[in-house]
Design a protein around this ligand. Structure first.
Ligand SMILES: *Cc1c(COP(=O)(O)O)cnc(C)c1O
Length: 437
């Protein structure tokens, strides 16, 4: 906002010039961002992000000091605390018609949302996704799945390769759809979905609405065979929605998704902003190789929404930059390698532990003998280890298989954002609990 030209005569010219140089260092990244609409390579300092967001929100009508505001929704807030929690974007985003449409009362928030979506597209493309578009939804993964299904479903019954997550099952129900579960099979230590079982479900269903497949699983469940399912969806002319909740953090899932896009039909992919972009919980990203599909999904959203999850995604992208994110991806791989190594050592020391042989880039699982895995995970929680999941072999919900599994097991994650110290402490405390606490 400050223009050094207006300040001429107030201080000596050479000092003004010096001041201008500093101002320029802050103005230049903002101008470049608005011009190029790409995620910066280097992350921005926090005060720059802060002033940029507040300047944008100052364009909204609720900031106009001379406005007469007589609507029932005028972005009035009782406390500045609440206003600060959304960087001033009190009007939220969206219109009753479409989530991504500009909101007349909120030019600033609409620019913020449009820009965020462009940056997320750029981000995903630069990470190597063969997609055409993406947008951030102010709702977490489960709600995003509901939104996709309610927009895309063509029949009454969602074909669902079974996953041990309650939220996708509720997402289907919330979309007003029925469900045909495809049971999984055991191959070695892995629990897998077989494409022929998905095909059988498609054949048997009188009214297939969509296939809801899953990319990201806890071991011992393996990712669904997305390319084969995509091929079936094309053959049977059924929409395909992919749950890739925490998939963006690793190329393994990108490659799987790209192969599916290349081979057949993928309508929409859903990932969480908090699990991938390290934001507070509350947002999701929907991306697709087809822009028209994204518009349909955006139209399905009922009303306006909080700007906070969108702004949080923008803050993460600006603050990390591409380089920062890639560094985090590298560190995740290092943490997973460390986790595998420590668990192997643990297995070598103990005969009540066996590392399960499962392909998974983020998490590992160990079969435990002579311990109740649920109790073990509960004791780890008390020992201040969050995240491990203990599953009994005969728990059909936990094992992602309706007919049980061959071992009790505990899973441990090395997800993006974890530190080596977290992994070391977790395995150390796990061993102590195996010893009997
Ligand atoms: C985290 C997760 C969900 C639930 O996501 P929310 O963001 O809590 O709605 C669903 N499916 C999978 C595979 C997940 O990892």
């Amino acid at each position: 906002m400050l223009d050094p030209e207006d300040m001429e005569g107030l201080i000596p010219e050479h000092m003004l010039e010096r001041g201008r140089v500093v101002l320029e260092a802050y103005r230049e990244p903002v101008e470049r961002l608005l011009r190029e609409r790409r995620v910066p390579d280097e992350g921005w300092p926090e005060d720059l992000i802060w002033s940029f967001l507040w300047e944008l929100s100052r364009m909204d009508t609720d900031k106009d000091p001379r406005a007469a505001r007589i609507g029932e929704r005028e972005a009035r807030v009782a406390s500045r605390l609440a206003e600060a929690s959304v960087f001033g974007f009190c009007h939220g985003v969206g219109r009753s018609g479409t989530l991504v449409d500009p909101q007349p009362k909120a030019p600033g928030a609409s620019i913020m949302y449009g820009l965020t979506n462009r940056l997320v597209e750029d981000f995903l493309r630069r990470l190597g996704y063969s997609i055409e578009g993406a947008f951030v939804v102010p709702g977490a993964t489960g709600l995003c799945l509901t939104l996709c299904l309610s927009a895309l479903a063509e029949g009454e019954e969602v074909i669902y390769p079974y996953a041990a997550h309650k939220s996708p099952i509720k997402a289907v129900r919330l979309a007003g759809l029925g469900m045909r579960v495809v049971d999984t099979e055991i191959e070695g230590d892995e629990i897998v979905t077989r494409p022929e079982d998905v095909e059988e479900a498609l054949e048997r269903s009188d009214s297939p609405a969509a296939v809801l497949s899953t990319a990201t699983f806890f071991p011992p469940r393996r990712s669904d065979p997305l390319p084969e399912i995509a091929e079936l969806c094309e053959e049977y002319d059924v929409p395909h929605v992919v749950n890739a909740a925490y998939g963006i953090q690793h190329e393994y899932y990108r490659d799987l998704i790209n192969r599916a896009i290349k081979r057949g039909r993928v309508d929409a992919i859903v990932s969480s902003t908090d699990k991938n972009l390290l934001t507070p919980v509350g947002g999701g990203i929907i991306y697709s190789p087809d822009r028209g599909v994204l518009e349909e999904i955006s139209r399905a959203y009922p009303g306006r929404a909080s700007a906070a999850p969108v702004a949080h995604a923008l803050v993460s992208l600006l603050s990390l930059g591409m380089k920062g994110y890639r560094r985090l991806m590298e560190r995740q791989k290092e943490c997973k390698a460390l986790l595998d190594e420590l668990l192997e050592e643990l297995e070598g020391r103990r005969d009540d532990v066996r590392v399960l042989d499962v392909e998974n880039p983020i998490a590992a699982a160990i079969a435990v003998e002579g311990h109740d895995p649920v109790d073990l995970a509960a004791r780890l929680y008390v020992r201040r280890v969050t995240g491990p999941r203990g599953v009994r072999a005969d728990d059909p919900f936990g094992t992602s298989r309706l007919r049980g599994y061959h071992s009790d097991y505990v899973t441990i994650n090395a997800a993006i954002g974890a530190r080596k110290e977290d992994i070391r402490l977790a395995v150390e405390r796990l061993e102590r609990e195996l010893e009997g606490g």
